[in-house]
Design a protein around this ligand. Structure first.
Ligand SMILES: Nc1ncnc2c1ncn2[C@@H]1O[C@H](COP(=O)(O)OP(=O)(O)OP(=O)(O)O)[C@@H](O)[C@H]1O
Ligand SMILES: [Mg+2]
Length: 255
């Protein structure tokens, strides 16, 4: 049975698209059939992260009733499938976001995992995407505004009866002025299932239009995202992942 997971946050810019692209690849490496959907319709970035932003048919065309899901689905060279969004403003006209659940239903017999890269905030776009998912993964940075917005999103998702797969702390520097993992867990009332470090390879990989797992396969962020993928499928991951301040310092010094 396929699992449809919405990657949500609340606050913008915390790493939803980065996580969608990389978790998608990590789950593919584990032998799953994965489809990534750019459900951030007003500011779609997944195509930029994967070098697939200039495709002929997009999710927008599907939601406007102009093409089929199949025609807007592309196979990425790394093995997963992607339905990118259109970067053109004119393609926002007549988009029927309510059709998103038809898209995920259509994909469900062809994918083990469908990951939806959702819009920030809790506007119509994010809520409709949430409705099209079974499970929710919430991304936050270790600061109070991000965590407060993550909490709102989490509460909303729980009210709608979605399975909460866990919260992911991204861009962790283990520095002062940052909320600690335990503090974030206390605020959210939930366990953090991954702590993805601040990693200079992430922006470099985005510039190279490929997941960091591909760009720098053993970098701290790649390792932790792989560990998260193992966790989601209930597999054990044996590689050391307890990156801490020293790892961050070495990374920072070698920038
Ligand atoms: N672990 C990380 N280490 C370093 N930089 C990171 C990390 N994760 C994300 N970033 C940087 O943060 C920026 C925002 O990431 P991303 O686009 O994935 O966020 P988002 O939540 O999808 O944003 P939006 O709300 O606009 O959709 C990117 O430029 C990326 O380089
Ligand atoms: Mg994004």
């Amino acid at each position: 049975m396929s699992r449809t997971i919405g990657i949500l946050a609340g606050k913008g810019g915390v790493g939803k698209t980065t996580l969608t692209a990389n978790l998608g690849y990590a789950l593919t490496e584990l032998g799953n059939k994965v489809t990534l959907v750019d459900a951030n319709l007003t500011t779609p970035h997944l195509g930029f992260h994967l070098g697939m932003h200039l495709v002929p048919k997009t999710l927008h065309d599907v939601l406007r009733g102009y093409t089929s899901v199949r025609n807007a689905t592309y196979v990425h060279p790394l093995g997963f499938k992607v339905i990118p969004g259109s970067i053109s403003v004119k393609d926002l006209v007549n988009v029927d976001i309510a059709k998103l659940s038809n898209v995920t239903s259509h994909l469900s017999d062809k994918s083990d995992f469908i990951l939806l890269d959702c819009a920030p905030s809790l506007g119509r776009e994010a809520i409709t995407a949430l409705q099209a998912t079974d499970e929710v993964l919430i991304v936050t940075n270790p600061d109070l505004p991000s965590v407060a917005d993550a909490l709102k999103t989490l509460k909303f998702a729980q009210k709608t009866g979605k399975i909460f797969s866990g919260a992911v702390l991204n861009r962790v520097k283990w520095g002062s002025g940052e909320l600690k993992k335990s503090e974030v867990e206390e605020i959210l009332g939930s366990r953090i299932i991954a702590e993805i470090p601040e990693d200079k390879n992430v922006p470099k990989s985005i510039a190279a239009k490929t997941p960091v797992l591909d760009f720098s396969t053993n970098s701290p962020a790649s390792t932790e995202i792989r560990r998260l993928a193992h966790h989601l499928v209930g597999k054990e991951y044996n590689i050391r992942t307890n990156y801490g301040f020293l790892d961050w310092l070495v990374g920072w010094m070698t920038k």
